[in-house]
Design a protein around this ligand. Structure first.
Ligand code: GLC
Ligand code: CA
Length: 554
């Protein structure tokens, strides 16, 4: 593995892949994915062109929130394997040139965590102050509830002591008290423990909520930023090149602050952009994307937005206007079971009715905008979902490897699987699996591999380049330049569900050549007249603009 310290900005040129160990591959036939399984499948991950894996929580847990409820921060859930299996996975990934980050859940623990078990045992237990207690449920009245479908309050009564404990998520996930220096220190121990074992960084869960202050929303408080700056300093000193990626689902102004002055998070999910990509598509209007990109840029040079279409949660609609939320529900969640909390619990392919042109459009857009693309496992084979499973489980079903029993995920009896494989008629695993899709040259998977290779050939302009929007009279077409040194790529996207066209004023580049980036096909040179593109429904172009060589005849 190359030395991270010598490539400090590696994440800006990378593509990430989000994987739950549980759902990926079961090596021992007990119906549950494990570390040995994912190690066996690294070749596949490499074959899509992935640079960094993001592992969902794999720590010891009662799994009431799929592992985001941690019982022991220093051990691995036995079903997933041993610490040695973990080490071997990391070593193998590194040998293949793949980095690995993992979830770090700071805000809260499982109510089965021994810290909380001790804390609730008596009001004078030394761990009592590790959590946030109150005699009444009336403190912090301004704070919103996140899991609105399950929780009525952020306080739950502990009958033993008659006091209430604070939790931003499920009531079985008590929040830690970050005002307590022991808590802050313990979490730094956790960070050191896993980074020493070889992780390349963390996706930090639920970052806005660490501290509480009366009279505020208890989100994005200065104390929270300060603590992450301390963590960053430790990482820079002791583990240079390792990264922090923030999950901060906030409005653009608040989200941007997590980059700090290049002294906080290197990466941060672009939550503001994600729903607006879908809104732009639904409304056939480039405004939503252009507007939000302008609001989320610029970011400091060493920082990068994490760009994503879907993840393991519901497609969150907390940070959009009521009008925007209505558009999303009416377009993408017509059946009530598709909704959860303030969001939509569906995978990418079902969301867009498995429309191949829309799927290509979306991935191409993800790979074109400024930031680091993050794929969600299974979406690259257009996996379906199961809205009849509870909570968010319908988008976390077993990865589909082949058209064998259990989609090749496990040799267990089908009844034994942690979740059933997808067998609905339009998304059956017999068609949507890695083996079948790999064999079919025209499959989405093979198309995506080609697209990723093309991006990799031009990685500086996509990873590091600036963005400049071009304006036309046609709001259905999103057009922008990505520019890095002398490399320029013109990106043109037709948001409309029907053919459309656009004329662009490219006189600034008169005389330049135009080359389609994937096929390398030459298009007419740019002249003084407006440059013209006709576009199929939901189609796109990546066009390289090349300065004419001095020696060429005009
Ligand atoms: C984050 C995770 C989500 C989890 C929640 C509580 O939002 O993405 O899956 O339920 O935190 O830990
Ligand atoms: Ca297993």
């Amino acid at each position: 593995m190359t030395d991270e310290a010598t490539q400090p900005l590696w994440y800006k040129n990378a593509i990430f892949y989000e994987v739950p160990v549980r759902s990926f591959y079961d090596s021992n036939g007990d119906g549950i994915g494990d570390f040995k399984g994912i190690t066996e499948k690294l070749d596949y991950i490499k074959s899509i062109g992935i640079d960094c894996i993001w592992l969902l929580p794999f720590y010891d847990s009662p799994l009431k929130d799929d592992g985001y409820d941690i019982r022991d921060y220093y051990s691995i859930l036995p079903e997933y394997g041993t610490l040695e299996d973990f080490d071997l996975f990391i070593q193998t990934a590194h040998r293949m040139g793949i980095r690995v980050i993992a979830d770090l859940v700071l805000n809260h623990v499982s109510d089965q965590n021994k810290w909380f078990v001790e804390a609730r045992s008596s009001t004078n237990n030394p761990k009592r102050d590790w959590f946030v207690w109150s005699d009444t449920p009336d403190k912090y009245k301004n704070v919103r509830i996140i899991f609105t479908d399950t929780e009525k309050s952020n306080w739950t009564l502990d009958p033993n002591s008659g006091q209430y404990y604070w939790h931003r998520f499920f009531s079985h996930q008590p929040d830690l008290n970050f005002d307590n220096p022991e808590v802050r220190l313990e979490m730094i121990n956790v960070i050191r423990f896993w980074l020493k074992r070889g992780l390349d960084g963390f996706r930090c869960d639920a970052v806005p909520y660490l501290f509480e202050r009366e009279g505020t929303s208890c989100e994005n408080l200065p104390e929270t930023h300060q603590y992450f700056k301390e963590i960053r300093k430790i990482i820079d000193q002791e583990f240079p090149g390792k990264i922090l990626l923030a999950e901060a689902n906030q409005w653009p102004e608040d989200a941007k602050k997590y980059f700090g002055e290049e002294d906080e998070f290197q990466m941060n999910f672009n939550f503001p952009l994600m729903p607006r990509i879908f809104i732009s598509l639904a409304k056939e209007d480039a405004f939503y994307i252009e507007n939000i990109i302008s609001k989320t840029l610029p970011v400091p040079d060493s920082c990068s937005w994490g760009l994503f279409l879907r993840n393991h949660d519901e497609l969150t609609l907390e940070m959009v206007s009521d009008e925007e939320r209505d558009i999303m529900y009416s377009e993408y969640a017509k059946i009530p079971k598709m909704r959860l909390n303030l969001g939509i619990r569906r995978r990418l392919a079902p969301l867009v009715e498995n429309d191949r042109s829309v799927l290509e459009f979306l991935y191409a857009l993800l790979l074109s905008l400024p930031g680091t693309p993050i794929f969600y496992y299974g979406d690259e084979i257009n996996m379906g979902d199961n809205i009849y499973l509870g909570d968010r489980d319908g988008v976390r079903t077993p990865m589909q490897w082949s058209f064998d029993r259990n989609a090749g995920f496990s040799r267990a009896d089908p009844e034994q699987l942690f979740a059933p494989v997808i067998i609905s008629s339009n998304f059956h695993f017999e068609t949507y699996n890695v083996e079948s899709q790999s064999r079919l040259p025209s499959s989405f998977l093979n198309w995506l591999r080609k697209l990723v290779v093309t991006r990799r050939r031009n990685v500086s302009v996509f990873g590091m380049g600036s963005i400049e929007f071009l304006h036309s009279e046609n709001k259905e077409i999103l057009t922008f330049l990505r520019i890095y040194d002398s490399s320029i790529v013109l990106c043109v996207f037709n948001l409309a569900k029907k053919p459309s066209y656009v004329t662009l004023d490219l006189r600034k580049y008169a005389g330049w050549h135009v080359r389609e980036l994937i096929s390398q096909v030459r298009f007419p040179d740019i002249g003084e007249l407006p440059y013209f593109f006709t576009m199929q429904k939901n189609s796109f172009f990546w066009m390289e603009l090349e300065r004419r060589d001095e020696s060429e005849q005009p």
